[in-house]
Design a protein around this ligand. Structure first.
Ligand SMILES: [Zn+2]
Length: 88
């Protein structure tokens, strides 16, 4: 009898695309090997579920956003710590 738990096998296989590729595929971003990923999703339950997970938790996607403006208070602290320019 095979005691292999589904959880033991429930992991990325060497042929699985990287998370970044799944994300790119989900977002339709350039650089995604869309046909290959789509084909893979048909045969790989793990990646399908992973993609579902990414879709249902978009807030957990690593979104690339420009850094927020530095808070004024923090900027003041940094400016204060900067050594004064020597006058010549
Ligand atoms: Zn996979």
């Amino acid at each position: 009898m095979n005691h292999d738990s589904i959880f033991n096998r429930f992991e990325k296989s060497p042929g699985c695309p990287e998370n970044e590729q799944l994300l790119a595929f989900e977002r339709g971003t350039d650089g995604a090997d869309a046909p290959a990923v789509a084909d893979h999703l048909k045969i790989c339950e793990f990646c399908s579920l992973l993609l579902d997970l990414l879709r249902s938790h978009p807030e957990e996607l690593p979104v690339v956003t420009p850094p927020p403006p530095m808070p004024e208070a923090l900027r003041c602290v940094i400016l204060r710590q900067r050594p004064p320019k020597p006058f010549k």
